[in-house]
Design a binder for this molecule. Sequence first.
Ligand SMILES: Cc1ncc(COP(=O)(O)O)c(C=O)c1O
Length: 305
Amino acid sequence: MDSLSELRTLASLDRPHRALLRLRPDFCSLAACSAGPDSRFGLVSEDLPACRPYLSSRRIQVVGFHIFSGSQVLDAEGILQQIRGALDQSARAAKVLGFTPEIINLGGGFGIPYGPDDAEMDLVAVAGELRSLVEQAAPSKLMLELGRYLVAQAGWYLTTVIAQQTHQGRPAVVVDVGTHQRGDMCGLGLRRKGFPPVVLSGRSLTTSDTFTLTDVLGCLSLPSDVLAESSLLPPLSPGDVLAFPNAGAYGLTASPTLFHGHPIPAEVAFAGTITELIRDRQSARSLLEGQNPLRKIRTFIVPGL
Ligand SMILES: Cc1ncc(COP(=O)(O)O)c(C=O)c1O
């Protein structure tokens, strides 16, 4: 429950529910996308006394807390700082409310390397301390709800070169899609910091192919629609396919996909060498699906149309 208001709504429903109270972090985070004290999520300490009547009412059983303080933390100490902060805040909230939480959900936030300057997160260091925090928190159970760390690296975003261009004095290619389908690229500045795309070209490279710092431009009419800047790439021609890594989290589903009226792209699942089309490339007409044809208004504007 993110607010008192949500708690009241839950209490008014017919079915009984178990619920966690989401707490707004009162500590800072090292996350690239932080949801700290100035965020809009969760109950603040002043809200807690008013939650007491709902702790074990007929319709709601509050079983613990949830705190999510930020995403894409690569530094193990940064993750532990978030986890310790969340545990400490939960313990203080439990004291105010006078109950022992069954569950403390510490959110997500484990980061992944998006580019050559990022180091892999030290999972062993995190696991070592997590073990002792689990013991310390007992009998409360700790939960993590990881997103990016589990699925980002499982996804690739495939684009096709449609033209050659120049951009800021460098050679560039334009591809058939853009940042409207990879919303995460903008927020994380991936066009400058990301790994270069893998070139899936029909032809093999020869020793005479020289790699050049090349830009990859999306096909929107936005100057900022740039997927890669100064990426070391071989000569590219229309028809070549570029595969951008780390597209499995906050990619398509976190993007303004309908911008410019572009239909949703195809999705293909793969395991090893087995591939399966799980969503057809949508047609342009699909953008109008679900709209009702104009009847009354059309007659009103252009009588007899
Ligand atoms: C409430 C909540 N839990 C979990 C996650 C997953 O976070 P991450 O991908 O950083 O693991 C998010 C992401 O925004 C979130 O808002």
